[in-house]
Design a protein around this ligand. Structure first.
Ligand SMILES: Nc1ncnc2c1ncn2[C@@H]1O[C@H](COP(=O)(O)OP(=O)(O)OP(=O)(O)O)[C@@H](O)[C@H]1O
Length: 402
């Protein structure tokens, strides 16, 4: 009877294990099949790609460089986004709409469809693809792949479910969802992401459009810097550039970049400083808001700093959570970042050191001339591209409404 019962048990185990292992086998086969299919499609896609040499070269380079990078077929993108349906629309940026999508393996994605009328479309797209494909950091949005087919240029990113930072910090109903502890983690995450771009990635990258709407939040509210289409690659000796076409966002641009088109890692530091003031205060630097005598947050912050009333700058919900010494330190760091002279601003390595160690002594920030400015026409928080002569100050017009 002992033998019979162990035979029974063996039969029972076989009855349970056999179907399970065949399900597992089917699953592995279908994953392999899907991968092969995608690779095959990518190759077909390459052959079918337009004959423009620039595009061909891009496709070739992508294939060679990054094995994790997927070249999607346009039909896959259409399927994932329900034909770019309204329901899937996440929002519109300076270079086109962004849609939520889902791949056949249920992975959620964000699909950025480059507007065909974007003046700098292909170049911006090409930069973005080339740059992000190489970057790996916890505080950067991951680019999963792209699709180039005829006039269609599409970027596929990991989907981040918690929207962007501006959605929380500038809305009185949501601002309490990000307490001081979370804000501190967000500030440090952004600083680490930017430091990686400036220093620790293989390339030197200047973001050029850092702002609250370009900070996306994952399921744990960790910050991820997005939108690298405007960034530039620099060789290790080249830390500054100049352009006749200023690309950035009103309110976040360093004075030398806005007026002369000069950008450097220090113009990113300026934008970081503005962002830091916004996170501390819950107020936008530019917009229709008026802060005392000043039409922007920078002037207002300087006024409070010099009068010793900087505690007033802080968002009311965080005032009770933050120690006065720590609050002063953060305002001090922010004001150092937005100093008028790029040379006076700290590097992101220094910023990270100041943020993470209380033993780092902070110098007093220099009083900038724009403290006295009454900026009257700066009012948008959307990326703009403005032609810029190296002699003229161009931030005088309102950007086009979209
Ligand atoms: N990876 C993503 N996951 C989830 N939502 C995203 C993702 N990327 C972008 N979005 C959302 O799509 C919208 C448009 O984003 P996009 O980056 O194109 O423009 P923006 O940052 O709002 O503006 P601009 O182009 O002026 O910088 C935003 O609401 C953003 O939150």
């Amino acid at each position: 009877s002992l033998g019979r019962s162990s035979r029974k048990r063996a039969l029972l185990i076989i009855a349970v294990v056999a179907p399970l292992s065949s399900i597992l086998l089917c699953f592995i086969c279908s994953v392999v099949w899907m991968r092969r299919r995608r690779k095959g499609k990518a190759n077909l896609n390459n052959q079918a790609a337009t004959n423009r040499p620039e595009e061909d070269a891009l496709v070739w380079r992508l294939e060679e460089k990054s094995s994790e990078f997927t070249l999607f077929d346009f039909s896959e993108i259409l399927h994932a986004t329900h034909n770019f349906s309204k329901e899937n629309l996440l929002g519109r940026g300076g270079f086109g709409p962004v849609y939520k999508g889902q791949l056949p393996d249920e992975m959620e994605i964000a699909v950025k469809r480059l507007a065909s009328h974007s003046g700098q479309g292909f170049t911006e797209f090409k930069n973005e693809v080339e740059l992000i494909a190489k970057l790996q950091h916890n505080n950067l949005v991951k680019l999963l792949g792209c699709c180039i087919q005829g006039e269609e240029k599409v970027l596929v990113y990991e989907y981040l479910p918690n929207k962007s930072l501006d959605f929380f910090i500038f809305d009185a109903n949501r601002t309490t969802l990000v307490d001081w502890k979370k804000r501190r983690e967000i500030i440090e995450g952004i600083a680490q992401g930017l430091l990686y771009l400036h220093k620790h990635s293989r390339l030197r990258i200047i973001h050029r459009d850092l702002k609250a709407s370009n900070i996306l939040l994952d399921q744990d509210m960790n910050p991820k810097i997005s939108d690298f289409g405007l960034a530039k690659i620099f060789s290790s000796n080249d830390i500054e550039g100049s352009t006749k076409r200023v690309v950035g966002t009103y309110g976040y641009m360093a004075p030398e970049y806005a007026s002369e088109g000069i950008y450097s890692i220090k113009s990113d530091v300026f934008s970081f400083g503005v962002l830091l003031l916004e996170i501390l205060s819950g107020k936008r630097n530019s917009g229709f808001h008026q802060y005392g005598d000043f039409l922007n947050l920078l002037g207002y912050s300087w006024q409070l700093w010099e009068g010793g009333g900087w505690l007033e700058l802080l968002e009311v919900s965080i005032v009770k959570e933050i120690h006065t010494t720590e609050a002063r330190r953060y305002v001090n760091i922010a004001l150092m970042c937005v100093q008028e002279s790029a040379d006076d601003r700290p590097t992101m390595s220094e910023v990270v050191a100041m943020l993470t160690s209380e033993s780092v002594i902070l110098p007093e920030p220099n009083h900038p001339a724009y403290f006295n400015l009454r900026v009257s026409k700066v009012h948008e928080s959307t990326s703009v591209v403005v032609p810029c002569s190296n002699n003229d100050v161009t931030i005088t017009e309102e950007p086009d409404g979209r």
